[in-house]
Design a protein around this ligand. Structure first.
Ligand code: DGY
Length: 322
């Protein structure tokens, strides 16, 4: 019996490829850049399974072109790049990789929060540029993290993991999400539920952990920055389009807020001539929230397992279709 045909849109960690090797006839896109849309469209015509990444746009047209497509498996927890409704309409399950990247992403959030608060990137640049002449009582002062107020927007796995880290810094922790969590969870994490407005007005640090959807597109725009403290720092490790980049630029440039640190941008990659890159009070890293060896291996294996389950007509271990 011939093996099902799959297309893997980038080289992924070995744990995933090993799992797939004897279970599918696999074509892997090995270029550094993602396959162009037209290439995926051409490949999808005669494959049974697609293993894709968040940088691949998997829209309705493409899904409809996949005449024998049985499963789409994304190596990421977020899947806003995939038209899940179109896949569902064709009976195609879509898989993702929740859970395994929670701690890595919360760790990076914390690294960015600390780096922005204590101006680590600016300080390092200051040193390399030869400005370190003596111990300075007034230079490169930053914000205190311990004892300050953290606002967490979106309180799923990653938001909660960030709250656990904040507890160790004796922070007051506010969270906002569409649904209030059970009292027991709130108590154990030491968090208070707040309205979005209250969170914006009272937080020293605001960190975003919500999904990107029609409801959260540009959730952070001019009116939201107007409500934040001038000393506030915004962290985004979720999806770039949750923040309006022009409004963020103005808020940082005019001192409406003190700083920001982003792992995600709109668009990705951020163009090198983006005005945001001229700002000293902004740190940007290239979407590396889950980029630890262990995490990426686990994500690759999970994506491979979802894919194979779909090829065999079984329920995906992690399926996002409603
Ligand atoms: C995800 O999985 O959605 C992250 O953004 C990348 O790891």
């Amino acid at each position: 019996m011939s093996l099902p045909k799959i297309f893997v849109t980038r080289r992924i960690p070995d744990a995933g490829l090993e799992y797939l090797r004897d279970r599918a006839s696999m074509e892997i896109w090995t270029e550094c850049q993602p396959p162009p849309y037209e290439i995926i469209r051409e490949k999808i015509r005669d494959i049974d399974g697609l293993l894709c990444l968040l940088s691949d746009r998997i829209d309705k047209d493409l899904i409809e072109a996949g005449r024998s497509l049985k499963v789409i498996s994304q190596m990421a927890v977020g899947y806003d790049n995939i038209d899940v409704a179109a896949a569902t309409a064709r009976g195609i399950p879509v898989g993702n990789t929740p859970g395994v990247l929670t701690d890595a992403t919360a760790d990076l959030t914390w690294a960015l929060l600390m780096a922005a608060a204590r101006r680590i990137v600016e300080a390092e640049k200051f040193l390399r540029e030869g400005h370190w002449q003596t111990w300075e009582p007034m230079v490169l002062l930053g914000a205190d993290v311990t004892g300050s107020t953290l606002g967490i927007v979106g309180f799923g796995r990653i938001g909660q993991a960030v709250a656990r880290r904040a507890k160790g810094f004796e922070m007051r922790i506010l969270y906002y999400s569409r649904h209030r969590r059970e009292a027991e969870l709130e108590r154990s994490l030491g968090v208070e539920y707040a309205s979005f407005e209250q969170l914006l007005q009272e937080s020293d640090f605001v960190t975003i952990h919500t999904i990107l959807s029609d409801d959260t597109f540009h959730l952070f725009d001019r009116p939201q920055f107007e409500q934040m403290k001038p000393s506030a720092i915004l962290i985004n490790t979720a999806r770039g389009a949750i923040v309006n980049p022009e409004a963020l630029y103005d808020a940082l440039k005019t001192g409406q807020i003190a700083g920001a640190a982003l792992d995600v941008t709109e668009p990705e990659p951020i163009p090198l001539d983006s005005p945001l890159l001229t700002l000293p009070n902004l740190i940007i890293v290239p979407h590396i929230g889950s980029a630890s060896y262990k995490t990426r291996s686990q994500m690759a294996l999970m994506a491979a397992q979802n894919l194979v389950a779909g090829l065999m007509g079984e329920r995906l271990p992690h399926c996002v279709n409603p």
